[in-house]
Design a protein around this ligand. Sequence first.
Ligand code: GYE
Length: 342
Amino acid sequence: MTKKHIITILTFTLLLLLSITTISCSLSKSAPNDTDDENPDLTVVGFSQPGAESAWRVALTDSVKESFTEDKGYKLIYKDAQSKQDNQIRDIRTFIQQGVDYIVISPIVETGWDTVFSEAKAAGIPVIICDRNVVVSNESLYTAFVGSDFKAEGESAVYLMEKLFEDSEPDSNKPLNIVHIQGTLGSSAQIGRSHALELGLGDHENWKVVYEDCGEFTKAKGREIMAMAIDELGAENIDVVYCENDEEAFGAMAALNEAGISYGPDSGIKIVSFDAVNTALIMCMNGQISAEVECNPLQGPYIYNLISHLKNGEAVPKITYVKEQYFTSESLTADFIEGRKY
Ligand code: GYE
């Protein structure tokens, strides 16, 4: 081999090595969720959802995704924790490692966030809580909360139950038997809605919870619990089903349908529910659901607004409650329901 040959082979090998390094670098740079590869001008927001258990939650996800788009200057990293707090904690740690600019989290339950929020604080990343609230040892561990006042929602449901049964109210000896299908235990949505019902029980001697179980905010669980309640108590001993979200109400109605038991205006059994998603509002308008308390998932614009202020170095309120209302068949029209986003 001549000297010329050796130089050619060496040059070729060097070029080959160089191109392999370049390719592998650019491959690793385009790995999903790597925040370094994108337009550095984008503000990166990590959004951690507890799961996708309900239509309501899908509406919340959509609202946040629509609010933080690239054309508005944002990159949103979305994580679904598959209904496990441990996954949510892991997702937040990933956001911290990625060096996101803001963390937005809908916490599955109220407690257990101190350590991971302290880590975010130490990394200088503001944490914004949305939808459900948290209880932490020190309020400075998060920047702001945007979401619902769940106790107020529960109080609206109790008020609507009073209205529904006000004719039988003078006869306070007649018990009002309540099946209570709770949401995910320990979530602020469950805690507030259950607490308001407890207060309602204290105010009405004849109100009794005759069956109570956790429906995890899902249709499958709601159906299972309702079927067990029917089996154990008999439909004639149930007056109202207090469902802590619409999925559970859909499940309860499925169980009632399977058992051939009627509900709504023509029967003793009334369904009261939370969320007011489109399908549920149609059922409320038709009388199958007797009362709906709205839980507003359109929180993206509220969070967007908060983050815009933070980016400008402005102070933001610690608590922002979203606007919500309640419905019965009298207050609903098809046009109104059609005009809603969820
Ligand atoms: O009611 C339910 C959901 O946290 C307010 O979670 C939310 C609740 C909502 O899955 O449908």
